[in-house]
Design a protein around this ligand. Structure first.
Ligand code: 0O2
Length: 202
């Protein structure tokens, strides 16, 4: 398989979405006193991870583009939980892509303790062969949720998906602690935002 050719439109989508979301972030900074977006990252799933996911889920090679929905992935990281829903609303009102599915793992956290809001979109991109609709996954989470998920992801990698029970339990407790931190920070949100404004004026 010519992976470079297959993945080229996915890279294009990741780059376009990053530019657009960064544009939204900049506009928020000019026009309002607080941007709901802290930072944006994006990646195309490495070929090795695509093949591993396909094998795990018994997806044949000719179905990879349809059945693996996060080959193009964008992550939007926010300061506060309610910023996540502001971003979700903004994405829902956009006309440049179609939302296919939404998964709220904040209201319904995963058993692991994972929290994030996932949006699956269909994004039309122009290629040298014409228009192609590419599926992409946008993950929206707070800094605390991102800290937890990054660490849990590393442990999952280390233990090849079989994290020992005692560490699993610690991770679940850590997920609750991270969520509590988000809740506490939300309660003093106005204070924090004022402090950030004073700091940036200096
Ligand atoms: P990578 O390396 O991040 O690309 P499923 O995994 O079957 O529950 P599904 O249908 O693939 O879920 O989609 P879902 O639930 O939207 O999850 C896809 C992505 O969300 C994952 O991609 C992770 O990035 C993230 N994610 C979901 N659950 C967890 C979790 O418990 N812990 C962490 N750290 N991340 C999670 P990949 O392909 O697994 O991995």
């Amino acid at each position: 398989m010519n992976w470079e050719a297959i993945l080229a439109p996915y890279s294009q989508v990741v780059e376009e979405l990053k530019v657009k979301l960064k544009g939204m972030r900049a506009q928020f900074e000019y026009e309002t006193r607080h941007s709901p977006i802290e930072f944006i990252v994006g990646r195309v799933k490495p070929v090795q991870s695509i093949l591993e996911k396909a094998e795990k889920r018994k997806i044949p090679l000719n179905r990879i583009e349809q059945d693996i929905q996060d080959i193009a992935g964008i992550r939007v990281v926010c300061q506060f939980v309610d910023d996540i829903y502001t971003v979700v609303e903004m994405l829902r009102s956009r006309k440049d892509f179609t939302i296919v599915e939404e998964k709220d793992y904040i209201a319904n956290e995963k058993e692991s303790g994972y929290r994030s809001f996932h949006m699956l979109i269909e994004y039309p991109v122009e290629t040298i062969h014409g228009n192609k609709v590419i599926m992409a996954e946008i993950q929206i989470r707070t800094l605390a949720m991102n800290f937890w998920a990054t660490n849990e992801h590393s442990l999952n990698y280390k233990y090849k998906g079989r994290i020992p029970e005692d560490i699993k339990l610690r991770l679940q407790l850590a997920a609750e602690a991270a969520f509590k931190l988000d809740e506490e920070m939300s309660k003093i949100k106005t204070e924090i935002q004022e402090a950030r404004r004073i700091f940036h004026r200096k």
